[in-house]
Design a protein. Structure first.
Length: 322
């Protein structure tokens, strides 16, 4: 596969996954704020802004500004509108490599957000707007799995999706645990407002219903950490995402006759093994935030290795392999 095509598939998928994550945070917060006190809601709002933006904006005054910054702010490269526009641009460049319905759906998302503004979202129902954005992205992901051949292109889409998911989940969990976790009371939540914050974290990771089926709706911080970071069966957990990422990179290595011992496969295998053998009590003892920061750093290294191996590689290396 041409490196240009692999690059566009990878980033199309990353931007779609990022947009879905951002829309979910907006939807969850605007629902929770109805039950939270203004001070608690404001603190949570600013944590999300600091976690999701890539510029100097670290706080906002109210929910209206919150929606503007995370949905439409031009200077925020991680705004919802910028992510969807970049996903569409990458999809446009490789239209011949993806299913036509996929591009149509991405284009519909682009037109929908382009025709919207903060006032129109606020005047109507914000939940309906963000829910429709997520539904549109789920449609693209479903079309990807059901309409595309599961070849190299599909694997690069999965790699982009799960690299982004690891980074997004790890960042959100670290941010919320730093603010909410009380080491003096590690297994209980003492008040309603803090309970809502923990529920917001689970819903922000699309995990509340799945968590409740395993642990009931009683929130225990250590169980939340274990479920979101180390659960092997939940699709939005860090461990699950890393495992899929390692599998897809292995499949690409086979298809491209890349050595199994290459740096990209070694990095993915080590990260997968690290999470397979991790225990939540040991992780919490050493510190959850350092553990998640380490995972994020390893993901950035893996991203660089993917580029060096498949996208920005010296042509001489491929000629020697050929």
């Amino acid at each position: 596969m041409l490196s240009r095509v692999a690059d566009s598939l990878y980033w199309m998928s990353r931007y779609l996954e990022r947009a879905e994550h951002i829309a979910r945070q907006l939807d969850v917060h605007l629902n929770l704020v109805l039950d939270q006190g203004s001070e608690d809601a404001g603190r949570r709002r600013n944590r999300i802004v600091a976690c999701l933006t890539d510029n100097e904006i670290t706080s906002v005054e109210n929910d209206y500004e919150f929606v503007q910054v995370l949905t439409f702010e031009p200077s925020n490269n991680n705004s919802l509108s910028n992510c969807i526009a970049l996903a569409r641009e990458n999809a446009r460049q490789i239209r011949e490599q993806i299913n036509s319905l996929m591009f149509e759906q991405i284009n519909q998302l682009y037109l929908k957000i382009r025709e919207s503004n903060v006032a129109s979202i606020w005047e109507n129902e914000p939940h309906e707007f963000y829910h429709s954005i997520n539904e549109g992205i789920y449609l693209v992901q479903g079309m990807t799995d059901s309409r595309m051949s599961h070849d190299q292109g599909w694997q690069f889409i999965r790699v982009g999706q799960y690299v982004e998911r690891v980074l997004s989940t790890a960042s959100l969990v670290a941010c919320e645990f730093d603010a909410l976790f009380d080491p003096n009371s590690p297994v209980t939540v003492n008040d309603q407002q803090t309970y809502l914050d923990w529920v917001g974290l689970l819903r922000g990771c699309a995990a509340f219903e799945a968590y409740s089926k395993v642990y009931t709706a009683n929130v225990h911080p250590l169980r939340v950490a274990e479920f979101l970071v180390l659960n092997a069966g939940f699709p939005h957990s860090v461990r699950f995402a890393v495992h899929v990422l390692q599998e897809s990179l292995g499949a690409i290595a086979v298809d491209t006759t890349t050595r199994k011992g290459s740096r990209v496969n070694r990095l993915a295998g080590r990260l997968d093994a690290m999470l397979d053998y991790a225990q939540i009590d040991e992780v919490m003892h050493d510190g959850l935030s350092p553990f998640l920061s380490d995972i994020q750093e390893r993901c950035y290294e893996l991203h660089e290795a993917i580029y060096q191996t498949y996208i920005n590689y010296p042509i001489e290396e491929k000629l020697i392999q050929a």
